[in-house]
Design a binder for this molecule. Structure first.
Ligand code: ADP
Length: 316
């Protein structure tokens, strides 16, 4: 069994409810735990594997809430740091036309510093870099790159999800692309949305984008395509692994459930690298991850919508 170590942000999503419009007009905000790498850690844990989350929250009641939430999910929280800065808050409101109004109050997540005690745990681990905020300014940026180097040195299995958020990179996409490339090069597996695949490769087909990422160095490319499933590219073979049909009501965290489920499957194999040789052997794992993503779309929220192993035993 390999431990899955997820690095990045854990934050509060304040989601405007009972109202459609802008953040300025909204009155009721519901407090939810957020942060893609934290969602992935919870997904892994719910699917019966062992996850550790490393990230920073504030020494305030929101930080307490977040740390407690991850602990209650069974995630190893011993590498959560408490910063003097306030916990990072993201506010989201949707207009009736579905337009997103987003405001980000960056705080403690940026303060993550490297902890040398984490490095020995990289041995035989799977290290997932799935942060949406790590390429912004702050100590996390350097910490993230430091941990990438350490994971490579320890020959950990490295997973990368760029988690591009257009709201955070409106005028500076080039910086996002530039900073993502070393992660793609160093990773054994990368998960992209279609938008990310095209943005980061500069190509406009799945096939070309995947080939570009292989040239950079990654072995396995998964491009997740919502209800259609996942385009998978490995070792010269490419295929679409279809998802299952569900009635989707909220796609939040579907991608996190997908990568968490894929990692949880890989974590059970002693010789993971053998699985990363053959598309035939890997496809059932991707199908399982698709099912986890599909399951998550059937209810509202992020962590609360993620499946447990028993939820995926029978058809959805
Ligand atoms: P992201 O949230 O990163 O954009 P997706 O929305 O593509 O990721 O979802 C990840 C995976 O979850 C998809 O590849 C697919 O297998 C599954 N999934 C997502 N939405 C649906 C849906 N509406 N119906 C069935 N499966 C879905």
């Amino acid at each position: 069994m390999h431990k899955v170590i997820c690095i990045g942000e854990l934050l509060i999503d304040f989601v405007a409810e009972h109202h459609s419009g802008t953040i300025q007009e909204a009155i009721h905000f519901v407090k939810k735990a957020g942060g893609a790498p934290a969602n992935v850690a919870c997904a892994v844990q719910r699917l019966g594997q062992s996850a550790l989350f490393a990230g920073a929250v504030g020494g305030d009641p929101f930080g307490d809430f977040l740390a407690k939430m991850l602990t209650s999910e069974g995630v190893d929280t011993s590498f959560i740091q408490r910063s003097d800065q306030f916990t990072t808050l993201a506010f989201v409101a949707l207009s009736e036309q579905g337009e997103r109004d987003f405001y980000f109050s960056r705080g403690a997540d940026a303060a993550l510093t490297a902890d040398t005690n984490l490095l020995p745990l990289f041995d035989k681990a799977m290290v997932h870099f799935g942060s949406a905020t790590a390429f912004l300014e702050g100590p996390l940026n350097e910490t993230y790159r430091h941990y990438l180097g350490a994971a490579k040195e320890k020959a950990a299995l490295i997973s990368f999800d760029p988690n591009f958020r257009v709201d955070l990179w409106k005028s500076n996409k080039e910086s996002f692309i530039r900073q993502s490339l070393p992660f793609i090069s160093a990773s054994d597996l990368c998960k992209f949305s279609e938008e990310e695949a095209f943005l980061l490769s500069g190509k406009d087909t799945h096939k070309e984008a995947a080939n570009h990422f292989h040239q950079l160095g990654t072995k396995l490319v998964c491009i997740t395509l919502g209800y259609q499933g996942t385009f998978v590219s490995l070792n010269g073979e490419q295929t679409l692994v279809e998802s299952v049909k569900v009635t989707a009501i909220d796609t939040t965290a579907a991608g996190d459930a997908f990568i968490g489920a894929l990692l949880s499957q890989l974590a059970q194999h002693a010789r993971v690298n053998d699985l990363l040789q053959s598309l035939k052997r890997l496809s059932p794992l991707v199908a399982f991850a698709n099912k986890a993503g599909a399951f998550t779309t059937q209810s509202y929220g992020a962590i609360e919508a993620l499946p447990y192993a028993k939820d995926l035993e029978s058809p959805l």
